[in-house]
Design a protein around this ligand. Structure first.
Ligand code: ST9
Length: 624
């Protein structure tokens, strides 16, 4: 039986009933994928995910790749390779690839709906497979030479890596010390050691293209300290003919020198990579090429990081959703204890645990968050759709397209930071808990879900980094433009007289929570302003950053669920079958539950945010 439980009904509800993706499918940049084919694709990916892709999930956890230091290799188990082949042969990965590289572009919203199912079934598989998607970034940022490389990557299905982190440069990417020196032929030699590099070694493709941040030396106008002094280099594992893509048979000096032993996500090789060390491998130099022949590495790399942050939030949500559906099935079957109204009667019939109030609370908490986070991911993707449609029409600068980009940017730290925190915590505290002691056993997949999902709050920028990104870059640097637009949309929803009167109380709660959130933003803005005169006041901003991230997530999620509830209530007003009735009633129940149990908390968060002082920063380290 498959470990992965998908929720195709809810995915389709979001795409077609709430976000009206039928209107953009089959036209503009997505001319090749119409609504009917999108539904067919979703059905097939759903089947594939539950079946072939999910199959090696446990096996590759119990028998993870083993690193051989003598060959610098870490092959995947056969079960995993079989699944990987099935995914690549299904060709759905081409929906993320530009047409000029041999892809069939589909809207981001459809791609992340597909992504949810594959990431839920087998997250490591998606991470290896999206290597070809790097071709998009290379095409966008590269010159003609790089465009040919991008084409080769797609044709030959090479995987790729993002290489930023070093032993002493984690969150602080700008502390990286890897160097690049220019060769006479225009190529570069790279030296240094990188750490925590996903997919840097495996046996799934004939070549691996590393995208490496390094600091150029001896070049006027390039290099220098911090992130701005980093440039982005394409460094292949094996050299190849840049015209034909054929491997030349020469090894490049980029060797994996360790694979980490991790808590979870074991099928995903997390590697140390050593570049250009004469003592390692055959001692070859690590030769690379400067992407686009411009020194703009951190900005180029953020194209990848943005994609990866969206991916991490989607992975977290997919895992929570499957975890919830497992908990639900278990709770419907598991008989334990008497109904609470009959506990005094020792002979009372035992009931399934779905009869117990706390189990119902727990299940609805899981359902509401899983569905809210799905809505958040797909709503964010609709802004990516808008950007793609505008760019296809040659518009990259209009007010509408820059606003769409800014709203996507605003939402990304929430998708990643809020999504991963809520998912991981709920998987551990609610999904696993539903099983009682059995949840702790490997008999059920939840313990692996908890282990595999923990990384989501850590990589691609920790939660604190996401909170700071949200405030400093996405709100302050953006001068509140995207936030203002979103706030106005939520306010319009709250005040909409034509909205269903059965949700009046929840709208009021949303309105209050939005005011509380705005007050938190105001407090942080005031603290930032006062730091101009007293630098230490910026600590107060730091102390509130995660609070802002989580509060913003709860408000936006409540709004999206209430929008869904409006749609569901309208459907319930017409003829519906039994299954649809249960589905729509569940949507309304989840929205109301989310609003009534989570939104009032914003008021206390506001009180805490407004009373933040510097006592924590004044405390001597010895007193911690
Ligand atoms: C990792 C691997 O964790 C995880 C594996 C995931 C699985 C991988 C699977 C493969 C992925 C698939 C990829 C497919 C690719 C598809 C591509 C499609 C196109 N947004 O604020 P400043 C830029 S890897 C955009 O001064 P500091 C911007 O250029 C490790 N850009 O920062 C800015 O200049 P300006 C992950 C941003 O103080 C410049 O940076 N590691 C953003 O110098 C400097 O900004 C991390 O994520 C943004 N949000 O540096 C690092 N932010 O202002 C976490 C910055 O002029 N640390 N830029 O525009 C951080 O994010 C830090 O805040 C920092 C700070 C490094 C940015």
């Amino acid at each position: 039986m498959s470990h992965y439980k998908s929720n195709l009904r809810d995915i389709e509800f979001n795409l077609f009933e709430v976000f009206d993706r039928g209107e953009i499918l089959g036209s503009g940049p997505f001319a090749e994928v119409d609504g009917d084919s999108a539904r067919e694709i979703l059905r097939e990916v759903d089947r594939l995910s539950r079946d072939e892709l999910a199959e090696p999930f446990a096996d590759s956890d119990r028998h993870p790749p083993v690193f051989d230091p003598s060959t610098h290799t870490a092959p995947l188990p056969a079960s995993f390779t079989k699944s990987y082949r099935a995914w690549m042969e299904a060709e759905f990965w081409r929906l993320q690839i530009p047409a000029e590289l041999g892809g069939t572009p589909a809207p981001s919203s459809l791609n992340w709906a597909i992504g949810e199912m594959v990431l839920g079934a087998n997250p490591a598989l998606w991470m290896y497979a999206v290597g070809t998607t790097f071709s998009r970034l290379i095409l966008r940022n590269g010159n003609d030479r790089d465009a040919r490389v991008a084409r080769v990557m797609v044709d030959r299905q090479w995987t790729a890596t993002m290489v930023l982190t070093e032993p002493d440069a984690g969150s602080d990417v700008g502390a990286g010390r890897a160097k690049a020196t220019l060769n006479e032929d225009g190529s570069w030699h790279l030296t240094g050691v990188k750490r925590f590099i996903t997919s840097a070694e495996h046996d799934l493709s004939e070549n691996i293209l590393h995208l490496v941040l390094a600091r150029p030396e001896g070049v006027a106008g390039a290099g220098g300290p911090g992130t701005k002094g980093l440039s982005l280099f394409l460094v292949p594992k094996f050299h190849f003919d840049h015209e034909t893509g054929e491997l030349t048979g020469e090894r490049n000096g980029a060797y994996v020198t360790n694979v980490e032993h991790k808590m979870g996500l074991k099928a995903s090789n997390t590697c140390e990579v050593t570049f250009g060390d004469p003592q390692v491998g055959g001692g070859e130099p690590a030769r690379g090429w400067l992407l686009g022949e411009v020194h703009d590495g951190i900005a180029q790399m953020f194209d990848v990081i943005e994609y990866a942050r969206m991916m991490v939030g989607t992975k977290a949500m997919a895992t929570l959703s499957s975890g919830y559906l497992h908990a639900l099935d278990y709770a419907k079957e598991r008989v334990q204890g008497a109904d609470m109204t009959r506990t005094a009667d020792r002979t009372a019939a035992r009931v399934t645990i779905t009869h117990h109030p706390d189990v119902r609370r727990s299940l609805m908490t899981q359902k509401a968050y899983a569905e809210a986070l799905r809505a958040l991911v797909l709503y964010t993707a609709t802004w990516q759709d808008r950007v793609a449609i505008a760019e296809h029409a040659g518009d990259t600068e209009s007010e509408a397209v820059t606003l769409a980009g800014a709203i996507n940017d605003l939402l990304l730290p929430i998708v990643k930071g809020f999504g991963s925190e809520r998912s991981w915590v709920l998987l551990g505290t609610e999904s696993l808990q539903t099983f009682g002691g059995s949840g702790y056993l490997q008999e059920y997949p939840i313990e692996q879900y908890v282990r595999d999902a923990k990384i989501d709050t850590l990589y691609e920028g920790t939660t604190a980094i996401q909170g700071q990104d949200l405030f400093f870059r996405k709100i302050v640097k953006d001068q509140g433009r995207a936030l203002g637009h979103l706030t106005a949309e939520i306010e319009a929803f709250v005040d909409d007289e034509s909205g269903d009167s059965r949700l009046r109380g929840e709208r009021r709660l949303l309105g209050t929570a939005l005011e509380d959130l705005s007050a938190i933003v105001q407090q942080m803005t005031d603290d930032l302003a006062s730091s101009a005169g007293a630098a230490r006041h910026v600590y107060k901003v730091g102390l509130n950053a995660t609070r802002l991230l989580m509060g913003a997530g709860d408000v936006i999620c409540a709004w999206l669920l209430l929008r869904q509830a409006e749609v569901a209530l309208a459907r319930l007003g017409g003829p519906v079958g039994d299954r649809d009735r249960a589905f729509y009633e569940g949507k309304v129940a989840a929205a109301c539950f989310f609003a009534t149990t989570n939104l009032p908390r914003l008021t206390s968060e506001r009180v805490i945010a407004e009373s933040i002082d510097l006592s924590l920063m004044d405390l001597d380290e010895a007193s911690f």
